[in-house]
Design a protein around this ligand. Structure first.
Ligand code: ADP
Ligand code: MG
Length: 376
């Protein structure tokens, strides 16, 4: 068995864990300065870590074969690290670039967050490393500061123009809650989400269709939104209200209209869902989730046949609502169900995938969990 001691000939100084996430609602709103409402999963990426006196970052992932990758922090250049080691390297690069005097480390990474499934295994990896460094080097950074660093790492070093949601969810979520985040001013609020108490379950259906956010589609959508905001004379699409939407659409070229419609209505759906949760009407958000899926499918065009089939089948089998979660082009679907309906909905989705000739999905129930923390 791979242990820290066999890899690095010493014991770790500690172990840190950061979760993957699902987003209840608010997809593709974060890079438009809008609102998001994510929930941390019980699934985590763990990092066992030990400081080094030199500038070497030595990395091993239980997912990455046998080898140890050694990188010299003094020689890191944005865009030059390939493969998974770019994520941890990016975090340490961003820390140093922000002026934190951190040296190297030996890191052993292990995870049960499904990869490339829209559940943010990349942010879990980054945030576990960031949290470990924060403690090991006594940096005293809070969750939001670490989230900004991890986002900068992904934008500037890995080269993915992601928003701030995934990193904030992985660092700042709390068990039993969803996190309402205003991605413009970065204020946030824990919104109680006692699914068990309401007799509900949040199913996550991983369609096993791999997306690849680095492939340019995401960057193209983001650029389209920024162009639309510019044409409308707005700082960001967040500044367009639902009331002003119809008139604004008339002023835009046809190809940008559906993007803008999705972002504005989606931001409104975050407000609706939050109001329902605040009022204790957890079941009520089902319809908001389903409307969100239609918008991602018809306007933003980021769903795929498998996510559509999972969402539609779940609702037809009795789910209160269902939608794809994550950036799209595959990945996972969430379905809000009454506890008694969970098995029936899961079975119906599996049967529909089998009938359509798709690889069978993996499903699990998500209990809202805690964000990144030291676990040993
Ligand atoms: P998602 O974040 O939705 O899972 P991404 O494409 O953003 O999908 O990130 C997946 C990438 O993150 C993987 O291809 C790999 O490079 C990296 N990664 C995630 N978890 C691990 C892990 N446990 N070990 C090594 N690399 C990982
Ligand atoms: Mg990711």
């Amino acid at each position: 068995m791979t242990t820290f001691r066999t890899l690095f000939s010493a014991d770790p100084e500690g172990t840190w864990a950061a979760p993957g996430r699902v987003n209840l609602i608010g997809e593709h709103t974060d890079y438009n300065d809008g609102f998001v409402l994510p929930v941390a999963l019980p699934h985590t990426t763990r990092v066992q870590a030990r400081r080094r006196d030199d500038s070497l970052l030595r990395l091993h992932s239980t997912r990455g074969g046998d080898e140890i990758t050694t990188l010299d922090l003094d020689k890191l250049e944005p865009g030059t690290t390939t493969g998974w080691t770019a994520y941890p390297a990016a975090v340490v690069w961003a820390l140093r670039d922000a002026g934190h005097a951190v040296a190297g480390a030996d890191l052993l990474i292990d995870s049960d967050v499904p990869e490339g499934a829209g559940l943010s295994s990349s942010a879990a990896l980054q945030c576990a490393v960031a949290t470990a460094y924060n403690d090991l080097y006594h940096l005293g950074l809070d969750g939001m500061q670490l989230a900004l660093l991890a986002q900068r790492a992904e934008n500037a070093y890995v080269g993915v123009p992601c928003g701030i949601m995934d990193q904030t969810a992985s660092l700042c979520c709390r068990a039993g809650h969803a996190l309402l985040l205003d991605t413009r001013d970065l204020t946030s609020r824990q919104v109680p989400l006692d699914l068990e108490g309401a007799g509900l379950r949040l199913l996550v259906i991983d369609t096993r269709v791999k997306h690849d956010l680095a492939d340019g589609a995401y960057a193209k959508l983001r650029a389209g939104c920024e162009r639309a905001a510019e044409l409308l004379g707005l700082a960001a699409l967040r500044d367009l209200t639902a009331d002003a939407l119809p008139a604004a659409l008339d002023r835009l070229p046809a190809e940008l209209r559906p993007l803008v419609r999705h972002v504005v209505t989606e931001d409104d759906r975050v407000r609706q869902a939050t109001a329902l949760l605040d009022a204790g009407d957890l079941a009520g958000i089902g319809a908001v989730l389903t409307a969100g899926h239609a918008s991602l499918r018809d306007d933003y065009a980021v769903s795929c046949p498998e996510t559509d089939l999972a969402a539609d089948t779940a609702v037809a089998a009795g789910a209160l609502g269902a939608r794809m979660t994550g950036g799209g082009f595959g990945g996972s679907v969430i379905a809000l169900v009454h506890q008694d309906d969970a098995d029936r909905v899961t079975a119906a989705v599996t049967a529909a995938f089998a009938a359509a000739g798709h690889a069978l999905p993996r499903s699990f129930a998500a209990t809202p969990a805690d964000g990144a923390r030291r676990i040993a």
